[in-house]
Design a protein around this ligand. Structure first.
Ligand code: GLC
Length: 736
């Protein structure tokens, strides 16, 4: 008997047992499935369509807001809101209307883009990945969930799992970088952090996996552009993070804006139902991205809004973000017989299921707590500080310029980021407050006290330097011991709709570097950005580069700690820094160039190197680690057996340090050519100076040595594999 028949029989049994007791859905002791059916069978079409909307609220604290931005009546039947306020009274008033003024009292679901914290802001997700710290990622998600929950939210539109390899695309900032395994690992942790042990627990909020799928392949890096993604790339790169996060129990998914190979995701039943639900096993609800249904007309697959509403519903979008298109057009589609109630009931079932699982019916209201008691708790602040410290990446440190030596008494400070607040917080700032930010200037002053005399030449903007600034700069550069330039991008230059055609630093910032280099003083560049930067044009002029990313509230303190050696930098790149923008897309896990064995002249550029400036995994430390005794539990093994590879790592320097081991697999020969290496395990651990640690990677061949084909079918083939860690590799052989 097939699943469909079983489900129909189950629904019929449920219906019979529910119709006798219309209040069954209010009974928390009943199974969620029964509660859903009990409620669904009582709902009118208008009530059902109401649940299939998410509108916007909270642009003001006006409790009497009864219309959304488009002047639409905020009826108690609206299922959800993007809720911008942190005002619990407004949230509770919205909830009161839904619970007390609607016929069936279905609570409303309030969500928001809590991407890297609510009020306590952590580094951007791309930076988080560069920390390689699972614990910090989990703690940050838990804190974000708690602060959100205490502000009336039960849903965040996070984590974003779009594997991003083209730094021109601004949303690379919100991803966990270029590698599918890395995105999968951090996605699982984020989901577990947001959703906690149980969705109905206090401080648990629903996660939302986005953007399903292929959005990061936006042509030429321009947001909202079409995407061409091969089936093999879908299964090999795009879908694994979603698969992993679905297995972690993610409650919701957001469908993406992009046209995927000519079929926009918002109307793509193959992706939203066949792949997402039937192959990946997702059983929550799908919310569309902002106005993506109306966009189906612009994307030239829908003739009008009625067309778009039907296509989107049939594809598998359960909730419509902002367009209100289901409420406006599905009644007509029903009258015309273009659709029946089945897909509508299915969509409402999924939405109600999540609301029951969240415990919204039992506890719809939010306890009012003061700001002091819900934000910036001391542990949250400590977590945010550690995260900022561990996500920063020391890219260059010529002649151990850093940390600052005792003979450095005068430092010249310049650049647009020195006393910046707003851009340090990055894009999607949720309720981050500039006044909470520790600027670089504040951080340095607090860290070094009177030990160093900082001369800060103010006035550098992101895009130009005044003559006055330059003359002051030149004058002070004569007498300083070191120049520190805090440079980079504005937060709005990355994030949504934040594409850039060049990853270079702006000309004015390059000018400061080139000018500073004339005085033969050590130059340290601190860069803040939401994307990888192309730094080859400034690298020769500088002695040290620290990539700060957009570190959240405490970047100033973190980078000061790195400059003083209070913090031993431990970040490693989760995305490649190209030599030049023209190399994009460039990523470590690429397939072989047909002539890569013929020497560097083959398959190269006439005007640039083929290698990046800083590769995936790059990151310097103040100490040295030596790897030795790489060994394997067995060189030959058969299917079903596991193999453990281990290596000893010694900290041979003078400073304690946290080392991240990145374990790769190289599947030398396969029926489908495999990337030259694939990250399959990582671990970060503190190694005190002078001590050693043994790290190991237990290889599960089916998980770690298999590959997928264009249909998503996994293959494990016998043959040789190399396990790679740092610059060492060891062969293992899977026998027939
Ligand atoms: C935006 C973004 C999406 C976000 C949503 C709600 O357009 O694409 O990531 O969650 O709208 O703000």
């Amino acid at each position: 008997m097939n699943n469909r028949l079983i489900n129909s029989l189950l629904s019929a049994i449920l219906l019979v047992s529910c119709s006798s007791n219309p209040d069954l859905y209010k009974d928390p002791s009943q199974p969620v499935a029964k509660r859903v059916e009990s409620l669904l069978e009582q709902m009118t079409l208008e009530e059902k369509l109401g649940q299939m909307n998410i509108l916007v609220m909270g642009k003001s604290d006006n409790l009497n807001n009864t219309e959304d931005r488009e002047g639409r009546k905020l009826t108690p039947e609206i299922g959800a809101f993007i809720y911008y306020d942190s005002n619990v009274d407004s949230a509770n008033e919205l909830q009161r209307r839904a619970v007390e003024e609607s016929r069936l009292g279905i609570p409303v679901l309030l969500g928001h883009d809590v991407i890297h914290g609510y009020r306590t802001l952590f580094p951007m997700p791309l930076a988080q990945a560069c920390s390689w710290n699972r614990d910090l990622t989990y703690q940050a998600a838990r804190i974000a969930a708690k602060e959100s929950y205490m502000s009336g939210l039960r849903w965040t539109f996070s984590p974003m799992l779009d594997v991003a390899r083209d730094g021109r695309w601004g949303r690379v900032a919100e991803s966990y970088g270029e590698d599918p395994y890395t995105n999968a690992e951090f996605a699982k942790i984020a989901v577990e952090g947001y959703q906690g042990e149980n969705l109905s627990d206090k401080y648990s909020i629903a996660a939302c996996l986005k953007h399903f799928a292929g959005y990061s392949y936006s042509q030429s890096g321009r947001d909202y552009n079409p995407t061409d993604v091969s089936d093999l790339s879908l299964w090999e790169t795009v879908l694994p993070p979603f698969k992993a996060a679905i297995e972690s129990g993610a409650a919701t998914v957001m469908s993406a804006f992009n046209d995927l190979n000519g079929e926009p995701i918002a109307s793509n039943r193959e992706m939203l139902t066949e792949v997402l639900r039937n192959k990946l096993g997702f059983d929550g609800f799908v919310v569309t991205d902002w106005r993506s249904l109306e966009q189906l007309i612009t994307q030239r697959v829908a003739a009008d809004s009625l067309d778009a509403s039907v296509m989107a519903l049939k594809a598998g979008n359960d909730m419509d973000m902002y367009d209100y298109i289901y409420s406006r057009f599905l009644p007509t589609a029903l009258e015309r017989g273009v659709i029946d109630m089945k897909p509508i009931d299915e969509a409402v079932r999924r939405i109600l299921k999540v609301k029951f699982e969240l415990g919204l019916f039992e506890s719809p209201y939010t306890e009012k707590v003061s700001d002091e008691d819900r934000y910036l708790e001391s542990e949250s602040v400590e977590t945010a500080k550690s995260f900022a410290e561990e996500s920063m990446v020391l890219l260059k440190n010529k002649n151990n310029t850093l940390p600052l030596k005792s003979d450095i008494k005068r430092v010249l400070l310049a650049g647009p980021m020195v006393d910046d607040r707003i851009n340090m917080m990055g894009t999607w700032q949720s309720h981050g407050d500039q006044s909470d930010v520790v600027t670089i200037y504040d951080g340095l002053k607090a860290e070094f006290g009177d030990r160093i005399d900082f001369t800060y030449i103010e006035g550098a903007s992101f895009l130009k330097n005044s003559d006055k600034l330059m003359s002051n700069f030149k004058c002070s550069a004569q007498t300083t011991d070191m120049i520190i330039l805090a440079l980079g991008e504005q937060a709005k230059w990355s994030g949504e709709n934040g594409a850039k055609a060049s990853l270079d630093l702006p000309e004015s910032q390059v000018q400061l570097i080139v000018e500073g280099a004339k005085y033969n003083k050590p130059i340290v560049v601190l860069t803040s950005s939401g994307r990888p930067l192309a730094l080859s044009n400034i690298e020769p002029y500088v002695d040290a580069i620290v990539q700060m990313w957009q570190p959240g509230l405490y970047g100033g303190e973190a980078v000061a700690g790195i400059l003083s050696s209070r913090v031993n930098p431990s970040g490693r790149l989760a995305i490649t820094f190209p030599y030049t923008t023209g190399q994009l897309p460039i990523f470590y896990n690429h397939r072989a160039n047909a002539r890569s064995a013929w020497g560097a002249s083959q398959g190269s550029y006439r005007d640039a190197p083929t290698e990046p400036l800083y590769p995936f995994g790059h990151g310097l430390s103040y100490t040295e680690y030596e790897y030795s005794s790489l060994k394997v539990s067995k060189n030959e093994f058969i299917k079903g057996e596991k193999v453990t590879v281990s290596v000893d790592v010694s900290n041979v320097g003078e400073m304690d340090g946290k080392e991240t081991l990145l374990w790769y697999v190289d599947d030398c020969v396969a029926s489908i050519s495999q990337p030259i290496k694939k990250l399959k395990h990582f671990e970060k651990r503190l190694i005190p100076a002078g001590e050693s640690e043994t790290f190991s990677f237990e290889i599960d061949p089916q998980r770690d040595l298999s590959f997928v084909d264009r249909d998503g079918v996994s293959h494990l083939e016998s043959g040789d594999f190399y396990i790679i860690v740092k610059d060492q590799r060891i062969k293992i052989t899977l026998l027939d």
